[in-house]
Design a binder for this molecule. Sequence first.
Ligand SMILES: Nc1ncnc2c1ncn2[C@@H]1O[C@H](COP(=O)(O)OP(=O)(O)OP(=O)(O)O)[C@@H](O)[C@H]1O
Ligand SMILES: [Mg+2]
Length: 313
Amino acid sequence: MSILNVKNIKKHYDVKTTFGSGGLVKALDGISFEAKAKKTLGIVGESGCGKSTLARQLMRLEDPTEGSITLEGKNITSFERAEYQSKIQMIFQDPYSSINPRKKAWQIIAEPLLINSNLSKSDCKEKACEMMRIVGLRPELANRYPHMFSGGQRQRIGIARALVQQPEIVICDEPVSALDVSIQAQVLNLLMKLQDEMGLTYLFISHDLSVVKHISDEILVMYLGKIVEYGPREQVFENPLHPYTKALMNASPSLSLEHLGKHEPLQGELPSPLNPPPGCAFHKRCPIATEQCKSVEPSLEMKNDRYISCLEV
Ligand SMILES: Nc1ncnc2c1ncn2[C@@H]1O[C@H](COP(=O)(O)OP(=O)(O)OP(=O)(O)O)[C@@H](O)[C@H]1O
Ligand SMILES: [Mg+2]
């Protein structure tokens, strides 16, 4: 059952270029998907493809230029802000910059409750301590400040804060990218355990396919503000179809061994979204591009068991 429906979302930013003339950055250019309740949708793509922009639209931190987002069948703009925030929360990449260094651990975790609920301060503290236990932090540490915790522990504080209001959806924006590899697995396992226990729906953003591999039920691959491939995890990993997805598999450190030699590596740089190439935006880097790809823009179509946007597949 789908809980979050995104229909043709666009986010275009007006920017000033160095030569004074204006430009339009199409950070998101027609994204549609649905997140299934209690499942994880992995969202992958290179730096700058629009992942965090998508997260900001879903969190209602910005208004999309076009398109609609519905939560449980209701347009997200029709919710009261506090009610919406209790249903959808976010975990950020850098636990240190996303939490207030002058607040104690329990205050950071309890803040959404202190702002949005009528609970007393002591009840909020109690809930925060309970959350600490749930995410694997000792409640005795409740009065400590963020700098007294390790990176992995700080990310647990960020997770506890996101979950303290028992949201339905959690957007995880690169939640383990800033952590040591050994700690990454612990945090991913914790997120999966919490999903089971609390019935959470995750949108899990990463630039690295290997990170989303185990946690995701479905995979959505983005390139320059558009979806290029979107389908069930097994199909996408076992038989990637889009040349960009294949290249990403080669580029991922822990997947590249499995995929080495099977696919062409990624060449060239991501073009500027200010001036994307005509036709298929990927054609300049694509090993199977034809003349047609230089001028004809592919549309996202259901092929076999997934959506794909490529003229040659
Ligand atoms: N407020 C803004 N004004 C102008 N351009 C913006 C703005 N926010 C984002 N962009 C541009 O939109 C594009 C998408 O950015 P976004 O941060 O969403 O990418 P990302 O996929 O999250 O990248 P990363 O993996 O580095 O976090 C980039 O080209 C970025 O420069
Ligand atoms: Mg980002």
